[in-house]
Design a protein around this ligand. Structure first.
Ligand code: ADP
Ligand code: MG
Length: 600
């Protein structure tokens, strides 16, 4: 038989890689404008037609490219910005991967005109589907002018995935704002279908914020107060909103070394500084700029993601908290300030105006009796009473005894051991010392929990594509939590793509999830993680896997066949698992022969 493995042609490899970098016109805009900034441009014009679908053009007056560089720029991993891995820790440019232009030209018709200031003539290159169609010498202005036409012309699936022009234009402007707000010294123009939507002269930071948001509420920046702190570790400057002006137009922006970022932990620091000053559902405006040595952050995450890892997050949390508190105090907007108080992390979920705030719906169970035991809920907190099972069972007169570890030294259940399901919840099995009582749901949770933990470290999840992708819409807080969880959720088999600023499409789920509702599952995971103690490192990973395992496990009340029961118990025994879940809940309990005898 002949060999079957071959290398993909560059055009195909680039098209696949493009899916990672260029997901919509907005990602294309980001890459092109960042290139212009890296080229030292002082005026950058963005021109779009049909929300970037038919044309996305970026014109800059930056340093331009030589004819050879202009050609090289479209090769994959071709960059002028780094040459060795260690350069990543000295990074002062936005780009470094050398992937953007190669990706864009794989999925669009691209026309580039570029000239360096001291060159007499410039270069014009036309590329489509990674193939150079034409290269010639031209007369053109110094700088770079790049036109991306018919985005995704050769990837119908991506094209179909694009939203209405209105939504895509909004995405473009969101991306544009994230860039203009951190580059006030640069002049920017945004033209859509021949209409100038934004024209920003070089100015100060505060003027730039006013220019971007002032149209929707006059004197926008008069509602802001200055934040400024300079420590050895980090310099933080910018503005925060006065608590009394929190309203619909509240905006949250954080940047590090000129890069827009999301950071839920730092967001929490800011919210903590405001605690007591705002209604729980309100989020203040902030525009905060972090300057830090490049070796203290890791920007080398997925190109489309905006989280950034900091080496010393806890110290920065404290610095930020103090800086925001000080700013609130200096402008006499905080009633009383206590700089020595420890941080309160468990603040209520904050929401922005992007998604209408709804009053919580309280469901009251009139039959609820707090002293009744045995309620089996999936929420670990609500089944608190079960945490005491092991202790109670040791008390005099208690009818059950916790299984001693020696019971596991001998195979407990042979093929001939009869298994009996009770109340569709428990599995009963006679063992040498008495009667083993198994909580079927928890036993399955324990098995799945271990499997998920293994998948997290090995990335070997089996995924199941959804026939109809689902959309998950999130509040700002939930969105931020999801950002933290995303890489791990993807490792566990979820495929999530940003759909709008605060919504994702879910196109695949872990196969183990079966028919469970993907949106509900993810929301549960997000909320469980939010309730996790932050101080314990990586605790949220445990919470996330445990929550997913609960969702995947056979539910309470499900009748099981003998084969299913046997399979469950065998898997548990073979994996040599603990008799308690990580949150302390009991999985197996033994009714001793002595205890049984006492009953008669
Ligand atoms: P990266 O920005 O990660 O280096 P890109 O694919 O975005 O990768 O760009 C490749 C190279 O092309 C850049 O490193 C830069 O040298 C050059 N380049 C791209 N855009 C411009 C521009 N607007 N002006 C000058 N040079 C550019
Ligand atoms: Mg780039």
């Amino acid at each position: 038989m002949s060999d079957i493995i071959h290398l993909l042609p560059d055009s195909v490899a680039n098209q696949i890689a493009a899916g990672e970098v260029i997901q919509r016109p907005a990602s294309c805009l980001k890459e092109l404008v960042e290139n212009s900034l890296d080229a030292g441009a002082s005026h950058i014009r963005v021109i779009v037609r049909d929300a970037g679908r038919t044309l996305l053009q970026v014109v800059d007056d930056g340093k331009g490219m030589s004819p050879t560089d202009a050609r090289m720029a479209f090769e994959r991993h071709a960059t002028s910005k780094i040459s060795q891995a260690s350069d990543l820790f000295q990074l002062r440019t936005m780009g470094f991967r050398g992937e953007a232009l190669a990706s864009i030209c794989a999925v669009a018709h691209v026309e580039l005109q570029t000239r360096r200031e001291n060159d007499e003539v410039g270069t014009r290159i036309e590329i489509a589907g990674s193939q150079v169609i034409n290269q010639e010498i031209v007369q053109c202005a110094a700088g770079t002018n790049i036109r991306v036409k018919n985005l995704f012309y050769n990837v119908p699936a991506r094209r179909k995935f694009l939203k209405t022009d209105q939504t895509e234009l909004r995405n473009l402007l969101t991306e544009y704002n994230r860039i203009v707000l951190v580059n006030p010294q640069v002049q920017f123009t945004f033209v859509s279908n021949d209409e100038i939507l934004s024209d920003l002269a070089p100015c100060t930071l505060k003027q730039r914020i006013e220019a971007v948001f002032g149209h929707s509420s006059k004197h926008y920046t008069s509602h802001l107060v200055d934040v400024s702190t300079d420590t050895e570790l980090v310099r933080i400057s910018g503005f925060i909103g006065k608590p009394e002006t929190v309203g619909k137009n509240s905006q949250q922006y954080m940047f590090v070394n000129g890069r827009y970022m999301r950071h839920s932990y730092f967001h929490k620091a800011i919210m903590t500084a405001y605690s007591g000053l705002l209604l729980p559902e309100h989020t203040p405006s902030y525009f905060l700029y972090f300057d830090i040595h490049p070796d203290a952050i890791d920007v080398n995450i997925h190109p489309t993601k905006t989280e950034i890892k900091f080496a010393d997050e806890q110290a920065i949390f404290q610095i930020l908290l103090a800086a925001v508190k000080e700013a609130l105090g200096k402008f006499n907007v905080a009633p009383s300030l206590d700089f020595t108080s420890t941080t309160q992390l468990d603040i209520p979920a904050a929401r922005t105006g992007a998604i209408p705030v709804q009053a919580p719906i309280l469901q009251v169970d009139p039959n609820y009796d707090p002293f009744k035991t045995h309620t089996s809920r999936s929420n670990p907190v609500s089944s608190w009473e079960q945490l005491y099972e092991p202790i109670q069972s040791h008390m005099p007169g208690a009818s059950t005894t916790v299984a001693s570890s020696m019971l596991f030294d001998t195979p407990l259940i042979s093929d001939s051991t009869p298994l009996l399901q009770c109340a569709n919840r428990y599995i009963l099995a006679p063992v040498e010392h008495g009667l083993m009582l198994i909580h079927q749901h928890r036993m399955h949770v324990a098995i799945l929990y271990k499997e998920l933990q293994e998948q997290l470290s090995q990335s070997q999840a089996i995924t199941q594509p959804l026939l109809f992708p689902e959309i998950i819409e999130l509040t700002y807080d939930d969105w931020q939590t999801l950002q933290t969880l995303l890489p791990d959720l993807e490792r566990l088999g979820f495929t999530l793509d940003q759909f709008s600023p605060q919504a994702y499409t879910i196109s695949a789920v872990p196969a183990l999830l079966g028919q469970k509702n993907a949106v509900e599952t993810l929301l549960q995971v997000i909320h469980d993680v939010q309730d996790t103690e932050e101080s314990v490192e990586n605790q949220w990973k445990e919470t996330m896997t445990l929550c997913l395992a609960r969702q995947m496990a056979i539910p309470q009340g499900k009748p099981l066949t003998d084969v299913e029961m046997r399979d469950l118990v065998n898997r548990f025994m073979t994996a040599n698992l603990s008799r308690h879940l990580p949150n302390g809940q009991t999985i197996i309990s033994i009714l001793n022969n002595d205890d049984i005898q006492k009953r008669f």
